[in-house]
Design a protein around this ligand. Structure first.
Ligand code: SAH
Length: 455
């Protein structure tokens, strides 16, 4: 018997926050997920969806506010849905994220959640993102940039996003002015007609350099000199203006082809003291301040003394490899995206990290081959995408000479699953630290150290 009915209202207290940021309450043992809640809120909830073992609700009235509630700092909080923890003070956000990681490690990983020692937050959480993508659409007859409302493709006009850099607003203003002056239309997702799909802005926080990418469904941009002039008028820091072409009717942020309209075809930034060239397609961590914290934590956990062979799996453009190269004898990076590997090689050269080499391919194919070919790694740092690593890669590590694995994860659930597998393979969980890379959202990064039991 399900003790709740759709559209009926109940009084509940919020007990915890789920990994996707919803409040969790129970009605006679039945779990209800409710957005925009804080722990300790007493609310009247309306049930909007009923599944067999859990349901969803919506706040009708807050009867008693949690102590961790605060007024969201962004006027767009309600409609945008991007910063779904913004109604909590920052300390409470950090507590929630630490609890999410600990819960995954104990519930999914079967390990002691208390081994997650702490979470490292940021001092200043405004404007922490170095990359923003603003789709555009016609709203009430006017060209607007903004974000899609939660679970929809309805554009919420926003040019002053709290977590983006201040440069976004004048850049979007300039692109809009250009489109108005030249009658360049927005791209309409429904009719597949029009031109401008979105604007992609990236800033090197250390160098100040800014790249503006205009994503279009057409192969050329009319009067691009007008756009260039408007953008260059904003700041001398604008170093690269690029047209990205995606003629296909898909939702990819970027198409394959870039045409540089003005300036360089990349910008540069400095991370942990090393310099990187960043092209429109390059993956580069979006919160550089916390990336330094994350990398330093991972490298410290790796316990490098300068004599180790280090394997950096899921190495992207080589940032972890290059940062760790000072403390290791030899570093091998493995990464699936070929262009990222080309960038990584170039970055290693740029930084004279001569003990780094990189291989392109799937980790599950390359890692076993490296071992077969006699590579004897001492330590592995692995930083997989959200879906986590896989048993082929992890068992290749377990069967190798590696005695420490540092796992950097952006998804506590897949991390915990992989921890469980590594424990089965003869490793133990030593310790973990969470790092907040995405303040105001429910995302959390974790660094974990596993070592060989008999090692
Ligand atoms: N360590 C890097 C990148 C981490 S993101 C950094 O900090 O910047 C995860 C990376 O894993 C991405 O670059 C992605 O392209 C890569 N990747 C995804 N699946 C992979 C696979 N099966 N084998 C190797 N690399 C993969």
């Amino acid at each position: 018997m399900i003790p709740v009915e759709k559209n009926k209202e109940y009084e509940v207290e919020i007990e915890s926050i789920s990994s996707d940021g919803n409040g969790i309450a129970h009605i006679e043992g039945y779990t209800v997920f409710i957005p925009a809640c804080a722990i300790g809120d007493r609310i009247r909830v309306k049930i909007v969806k009923v599944n067999k073992t859990y349901g969803f609700g919506r706040i009708e009235e807050i009867l008693e506010s949690s102590k961790s509630r605060k007024v969201p700092e962004c006027a767009h909080y309600k409609r945008c849905g991007g910063c779904n923890l913004m109604h909590m003070d920052y300390r409470s956000q950090l507590d929630v994220k630490l609890a999410i990681v600990r819960d995954a490690i104990s519930r999914i990983g079967g390990e002691d959640g208390g081994k997650v020692e702490r979470i490292i937050g940021m001092n200043d959480i405004r404007g922490y993102r170095n990359k923003m993508v603003f789709p555009c659409d016609m709203v009430d007859g006017e060209i607007q940039f903004g974000f899609y409302a939660n679970r929809s493709h309805d554009l919420v006009p926003i040019d002053d996003c709290f977590i983006s850099d201040e440069i976004s607003k004048p850049v979007l203003g300039a692109v809009k002015e250009y489109m108005q002056k030249t009658n360049t239309p927005v791209y309409d997702e429904k009719t597949k007609k029009g031109e401008i799909r979105r604007v992609f802005i990236r800033k090197g926080f250390s160098t100040g350099e800014v790249m503006v990418v205009i994503c279009s469904a057409k192969k050329a941009l009319r009067n691009s000199d007008i756009l260039v002039e408007l953008l260059r008028g904003i700041s001398e820091n604008i170093k690269s203006i690029v047209l990205n072409i995606n003629t296909k009717p898909n939702n990819l942020v970027l198409g394959d082809k870039n045409v540089t309209l003005w300036g360089k075809d990349y910008i540069e930034d400095i991370l942990c003291g090393f310099r990187y060239k960043i092209s429109p397609h390059s993956f580069f961590q979006v919160n550089p301040v916390q990336t330094e914290v994350l990398y330093n934590t991972a490298i410290e956990m790796a316990g490098l003394t300068g004599n180790e062979n280090l394997l950096d799996i899921y190495s992207g453009i080589g940032t972890i490899s290059i940062t760790a190269s000072e403390y290791a004898k030899e570093v091998i990076g493995v990464e699936i995206v070929e262009q990222a590997v080309i960038d990584a090689k170039e970055n290693a050269k740029l930084n004279s990290a001569n003990n780094c080499s990189f291989y392109a391919g799937e980790a599950e194919k390359i890692v076993p081959v490296l071992m077969e070919n006699g590579f004897l790694p001492d330590v592995a740092i692995i930083d997989p995408p959200r879906k986590g690593s896989d048993e082929v890669t992890l068992s290749a590590l377990a069967n190798s000479s590696v005695d420490r694995i540092v796992y950097v994860s952006c998804n506590p659930a897949t991390l915990a699953r992989d921890v469980r597998y590594l424990v089965e393979c003869g490793f133990e969980l030593d310790k973990a630290v969470a790092v907040d890379m995405f303040p105001n959202t429910c995302h959390v990064e974790t660094v974990i150290l596993m070592s060989r039991v008999d090692g």
